[in-house]
Every structure is written in structure tokens, then in C-alpha cells.
Design a protein around this ligand. Structure first.
Ligand SMILES: NC(=O)c1ccc[n+]([C@@H]2O[C@H](COP(=O)([O-])OP(=O)(O)OC[C@H]3O[C@@H](n4cnc5c(N)ncnc54)[C@H](O)[C@@H]3O)[C@@H](O)[C@H]2O)c1
Ligand SMILES: [Zn+2]
Length: 393
């Protein structure tokens, strides 16, 4: 019998350390596939290899823009790229729940020998971008992904960051990666076909980021509230560009781009929003639930003495003017204590909730006074906030 060597392994102390820096452009344009629009063409840095391109399109976008797939093909063929037959996938959360989607994508990758020098161009809402982002990040350990988000929420938030995910057994974002895209192209002309409801819904994420980071940006949104309520292009574009900039700035400078810690300042208003989406059987859009969550945590911030009544009124009045319905029936089903406990579990550490210390300044707390939060919910359900909104008009 061989004796194991007496060896003190504690002296073997290898420490692996290296840095990887990320650098990707987030561009803004209109009519991306006009042959004289250089935005997309400027991204392809290996044209001498005649790289392959797979375009994946959200079914609703394909319906609303029936010429889009052909226009993309013509544009990239003019650059001598090898364009593959496009994939059209079901838009909305359904694609993230569809367990056959990944398999279909990997089959196409295999069939056309798509490799790490090829490109996937995904055109769609946040859900399609999330799902194809995950598929592209996992095939060959990562195929170059150009994201072209087509919703307001996608352009100012979901589509510009580093996260990708699909749902698994109905559990939201259960399978996912932190993999930055090759590039993001926000084409404003694609937003024209959104319903008013979807145009409005994504504005709440820009309000959220303004509230926690940038008072002048909030003031701009407040000044432009009637233009935004009418979805006037200039006001919408400014809101999207600044919203995207702040989301990107946070990822680049927070020191925790891949969310190892518990703090999630960008999740202001989100602990209840996630729960309300679920309680409404997803009849609430994410952005609509975030608007309610923003109202709730702003009221709580005021009740705890951090936010003045004047600032609270401004926040509520902005949400109201934009047409957000804050008193949703799902609020009756919300169990504050339980929802906070679930959010804590989701963070995987201690409870970390962002509140407002005045407009433009978010800060973290690790404890929420349940009674005060319940009162905040109640004041949305009663006519108390209508009175506050009425006073600032
Ligand atoms: N990865 C992230 O960092 C991140 C951040 C926030 C949200 N998300 C995810 O984003 C998803 C929500 O995204 P969303 O708000 O963009 O909604 P969505 O993708 O569900 O799209 C809403 C509806 O609009 C349709 N649509 C999309 N673009 C259109 C267009 N231009 N014209 C007409 N119809 C169009 C879609 O087919 C869908 O039916 C959720 O799954 C959420 O988890 C991801
Ligand atoms: Zn959100």
C-alpha cells in the first residue's frame, strides 16, 4: 500500500489574477438599414473575412416592419457579408419561457457553421434581446452580438447593459450570463410601431435612474412631462439617451458590474415591482410596475423624513401626467413583509433597498419599517396621493 506523502499543501498558494477590460459602443440612429447610414457598417471590423451574419427578429417587430428583414439583408450584402436566413422568434416573455428556443438557435449555429468571428444581430424587445443574448453568449462560449433593442425600456435600460437571461421552469431569469454585447444600436425609428402603453412603460426606468442619480435630469423630465405624455420624438430621444447613459455609467463605475454584492441601486422601486408583476399575472408591464414601485418607495422615503413633501409631489405628478395608473388592483394582494423577504432571498445576502435622500440622491438601507411601508401602500390605494398630485399641477 502506497503511503500518501506527508506534504503541507498550505504552502502551495497559487493566486490567479488578471484583468479583462470591456469596451463596446452604444450608438443612436434612425433608419439603420438605409444604404448610406454608416452606423452598423462601421461596427464590422473583420470585413476581409466576409463574416457571417445571422439576424434574429422579434415576431411583433417583423409584423410591424415587414420590410425590415430584407432591408437588413440588402444592407449587409452590400458590405459583402454572408447573410444567413433570418430567424423570427416570438416576441415578449413567451420567448424567454420557450425551452425549445435555445435548441433551435444552437441548431442554426451548427447548421451554418456560425463561429466566434460571425455576428448575431438581434432586433426586438427586451425579452428577445435577453433570450438571444443568452443563446449567443453560450454558443461557442460567445458569438459577437449586436443588439438592436426596439422598445423604450430596451433602449434606455434592458438592451444596453451586460446581462442576458431566459426563464427556467417559469422562474424568471433563472439561467443567465453576464456577457457584454459586441455593440448596441438604438434605432429610434423602430419605436414608432410601439403601442402607447409600451412607449409609456419604459419611461419609468429613466425616471428611476434620474431620481437616484441626477436631479437636473429629473428636472428636465419634469419640464418635458407634457411632451413626454404625447411621446414627442425630441423629448423621448433625450429621455432614452440620458437614461441609457446613466445605466451604462452605473455599470462602468459602481465597481460591481457583475453584481457580486447585494447592493443594487438600479433596482430602486423594484422590490415591489417584481412582486406586483407576478401578482398581476403579468398583466402589468415591467415599466408600469416600476412606476408603482417608484411611487411607493418615494412615499416611504418621505414618511421616513428623507424626501420633502414638495419633491414627493413632483415625482407623483410626473408619473400621473405621463399616464401611469398607480392604484392597481395587484396592490391589494401585496404582502409587504413577504415581498421584502423574497427580494432579500433574490439578492442572496442582506436586505438592501434603495431610498431617496432628496431627488437625485439614492442611498441604501438594510431595514424597512414594515408598518410605514404598509402605510405607503395604503396611501396609493386611497385618494391621498391624488390630493398631493392635485396640489402641484
Ligand atoms: N438584461 C437586462 O438587464 C434587463 C433589464 C430590464 C429588463 N429586462 C427584461 O426585458 C424584458 C422586458 O422588455 P420590454 O419591456 O422591452 O418588453 P418585451 O420585450 O416583452 O416587448 C413588449 C411587446 O412589444 C413587442 N415589441 C417589441 N418591439 C416592438 C416594436 N418596435 N413595435 C411593436 N411591437 C414591439 C414585443 O414583441 C412584445 O410583444 C423582460 O423579460 C425583462 O426581464 C432585462
Ligand atoms: Zn427594471
Amino acid at each position: 500500500m502506497t503511503q500518501s506523502p506527508k506534504y503541507d499543501y498550505s504552502s502551495v498558494n497559487i493566486r490567479q489574477q488578471f484583468q479583462v477590460s470591456y469596451d463596446y459602443p452604444v450608438l443612436f440612429t434612425r433608419q439603420s438599414f438605409d444604404l448610406d447610414n454608416p452606423t452598423l457598417a462601421g461596427l464590422i471590423n473583420n470585413l476581409d473575412e466576409a463574416p457571417k451574419l445571422l439576424t434574429v427578429i422579434d415576431s411583433e417587430v417583423a409584423k410591424a416592419h415587414p420590410q425590415l428583414a430584407q432591408a437588413a439583408k440588402t444592407y449587409f450584402q452590400a458590405m459583402k457579408m454572408q447573410t444567413l436566413p433570418e430567424m423570427i422568434i416570438e416576441g415578449g416573455e413567451a420567448c424567454k419561457n420557450d425551452e425549445s428556443l435555445l435548441d433551435s438557435f444552437y441548431q442554426v449555429v451548427e447548421q451554418y457553421a456560425i463561429d466566434r468571428h460571425s455576428y448575431v444581430l438581434v432586433i426586438g424587445g427586451g425579452a428577445v434581446v435577453d433570450a438571444i443574448g443568452f443563446a449567443a453568449a453560450t454558443a461557442h462560449r460567445g458569438i459577437r452580438l449586436i443588439r438592436m433593442p426596439t422598445t423604450v425600456l430596451g433602449q434606455n435600460d434592458a438592451g444596453v447593459g451586460v446581462k442576458n437571461a431566459v426563464n427556467y421552469h417559469k422562474r424568471k431569469n433563472y439561467l443567465g450570463t453576464f456577457v457584454p454585447p459586441f455593440a448596441v444600436v438604438n434605432d429610434f425609428s423602430l419605436l414608432d410601431s410601439l403601442t402607447n402603453r409600451d412607449k409609456r412603460s419604459g419611461i419609468s426606468e429613466a425616471i428611476k435612474v434620474a431620481l437616484i442619480k441626477d436631479k437636473p435630469f429629473f428636472n428636465e423630465l419634469y419640464q418635458a412631462k407634457y411632451e413626454l405624455a404625447e411621446f414627442m420624438p425630441e423629448a423621448m430621444e433625450n429621455m432614452i439617451i440620458k437614461g441609457a447613459k446613466w445605466h451604462l455609467n452605473h455599470i462602468a463605475t459602481s465597481g460591481d458590474a457583475f453584481e457580486y454584492g447585494s447592493a443594487r441601486p438600479l433596482d430602486f422601486g423594484h422590490w415591489s415591482a417584481h412582486k406586483l408583476e407576478e401578482l398581476s399575472n403579468n398583466s402589468l408591464r415591467h415599466g408600469e410596475a416600476v412606476a408603482i414601485g417608484i411611487a411607493m418607495d418615494s412615499i416611504y422615503s418621505h414618511k421616513m423624513g428623507f424626501l420633502s413633501e414638495h419633491e414627493l409631489k413632483q415625482i407623483l405628478s410626473l408619473l400621473d401626467t405621463l399616464g401611469f395608473k398607480l392604484n392597481h388592483p395587484a396592490l391589494h394582494l401585496l404582502n409587504v413583509e413577504q415581498a421584502l423577504a423574497e427580494f432579500k432571498e433574490h439578492l442572496g445576502g442582506r436586505l438592501c433597498i434603495t431610498l431617496l435622500n432628496g431627488i437625485g440622491t439614492g442611498f441604501e438601507v438594510n431595514h424597512i419599517d414594515i408598518q410605514t411601508m404598509v402605510e405607503s401602500v395604503n396611501s396609493i390605494q386611497s385618494n391621498q396621493i391624488d390630493r398631493l398630485i392635485g396640489q402641484v399641477a
